[in-house]
Design a binder for this molecule. Structure first.
Ligand code: ASP
Ligand code: MG
Length: 429
């Protein structure tokens, strides 16, 4: 049985990081591994700039792309000898991206985005595969777009599980029976018509879970720059500790509300087949990390997550009538059509409030779609704080320096939508 490993951008940010990944993989040299890699370092952010520049047609897109290409070439030059075939593969990868930039911007921004952004994962996987091979670890390269099939909603494709499952068996299963590792890209997929799609930002964890589910992996491991899953984001909260074990349920709740350590869609496929998920440190690979498994609930310490870029919408009828069921059904239909993520909702007699992720176009489209029938009050730049297993003194500390717009308590989970008064960035808990 195979194990699946995911290495994200920060574990591949430069040549020495790639060497470190190889040294971790040498410990597993005789195993069947499927290795999923993200784009290197902050490449996806840089590529988003290219997409935006191409849409603006201000002439800067190619220059920005040149820098990205140069970064990958230099990195490959540090790792591999001159004339290595990886340079041909890199060239082919970038040529396709330049073709897109030679065309006028596509009318569908999200489609265009996917055709350009995929270069990050493709280039990364070429370099890492070549280096592993060079370093004595036989590794086959796989184009994830040949096996992960989604619908045609670009930037947020939904997986066609049946088709994906079939292709995994037909294409990847035979690769696994050959000696060595299989290495592929996270985040990218394809429609039935071979157009590149993506699974949403930070989607490489999810890719790895898709492989693990379809191939009945023995376990999945995400290699991170933190020792495991922590009780809060160490960049934002003081006094965080590592959780040694988590149930799937606890993990899904905390990642849904902004724990950035794992992509929220990752847990479900693993839970459905009771496949354990490990979160381990690529800096301290011997460390035991966090094990996410089972449905047995432990006693947990308070766990705090923060989701930024929240928008609060308070919706009321124009004629002062109650917000009734038929209104709600209309509003939810719009929400579903736009795939708007609603994080909290609350209603009163004549108003219905939702806190949503600030997806720029979607929020605007939602408002303009309902404006005829409803009045909408909007507040941007808010944060959503979720505390599971809350304790009163911790909540008091978290509320300090904040204006609270909405607060909700359900059993021992407390959520509030707030704005930080400037000058307070790190919260003592
Ligand atoms: N490279 C993509 C991103 O940065 C996917 C990932 O890292 O998981 O969003
Ligand atoms: Mg990443």
């Amino acid at each position: 049985m195979a194990r699946m490993f995911k290495f994200g951008g920060s574990s591949l940010k430069d040549a020495s990081a790639v060497r470190n990944v190889a040294s971790i993989l040498h410990r597993f040299g005789d195993e069947n591994l499927v290795i999923v890699v993200s784009a290197m370092g902050k490449t996806t952010n840089a590529l988003e700039e290219v997409v935006a520049a191409h849409a603006r047609q201000d002439g800067s897109a190619k220059q920005l792309m040149d820098q990205i290409r140069q970064f990958h070439y230099s990195l490959a030059q540090e790792l591999l000898p001159e004339g290595h075939e990886v340079f041909v593969a890199l060239n082919d990868t970038f040529v396709e991206a330049y073709w897109v930039l030679d065309e006028p911007p596509h009318a569908n921004y999200d489609y265009m985005y996917d055709q350009i952004i995929c270069v990050g994962e493709l280039a990364s996987s070429r370099i890492v595969q070549a280096f592993l091979q060079h370093d004595g670890l036989p590794t086959l390269w796989l184009d994830a777009r040949e096996v992960i099939i989604t619908d045609d909603i670009h930037r947020e494709g939904w997986v066609n599980w049946e088709e994906t499952g079939k292709r995994m068996e037909a294409k990847v299963r035979p690769m696994l029976s050959q000696p060595g590792f299989v290495l592929t890209q996270g985040f990218i997929a394809s429609t039935m018509d071979n157009a590149t799609t993506t699974l949403g930002r930070e989607g490489s964890d999810y890719t790895t879970a898709i492989f693990t589910f379809c191939l009945n992996g023995e376990s999945m491991t995400i290699w991170k720059d933190v020792p495991g899953v922590l009780t809060g984001d160490p960049r934002l909260f003081a006094n965080v500790t590592k959780l040694d074990r988590l149930s799937y349920r606890e993990a899904i709740e905390m990642t849904y509300y902004g724990a950035k350590v794992i992509h929220p869609k990752t847990i479900k496929p693993l839970q459905n087949k009771s496949i354990p998920l490990f979160v381990k440190s690529f800096i301290d690979p011997e460390g035991e990390g966090t094990l996410i498994s089972s449905d047995i609930e432990d006693l947990y310490p308070p766990i705090v997550t923060l989701e930024q870029q929240q928008t609060l919408l308070s919706i009321s009828t124009r004629d002062f009538s109650f917000v009734a069921e038929h209104h709600l059904s209309l509003l939810f239909q719009k929400i579903a059509d736009l795939r708007l993520q609603v994080n909290i909702m609350q209603n009163s007699a004549i108003s219905f409030s939702i806190c949503v992720n600030h997806a720029p176009d979607k929020v605007d489209d939602f408002i303009s779609g309902i404006e005829k029938d409803f009045k909408v009050q909007r507040e941007d730049e808010l944060e959503l704080i979720t505390v599971r297993h809350a304790q009163p003194d911790l909540l008091d500390n978290l509320r300090k320096g904040k204006i609270i717009f909405l607060e909700e308590h359900i059993r021992d989970t407390v959520q509030f939508v707030a704005k930080t008064v400037p000058m307070m960035s790190r919260i003592e808990n």
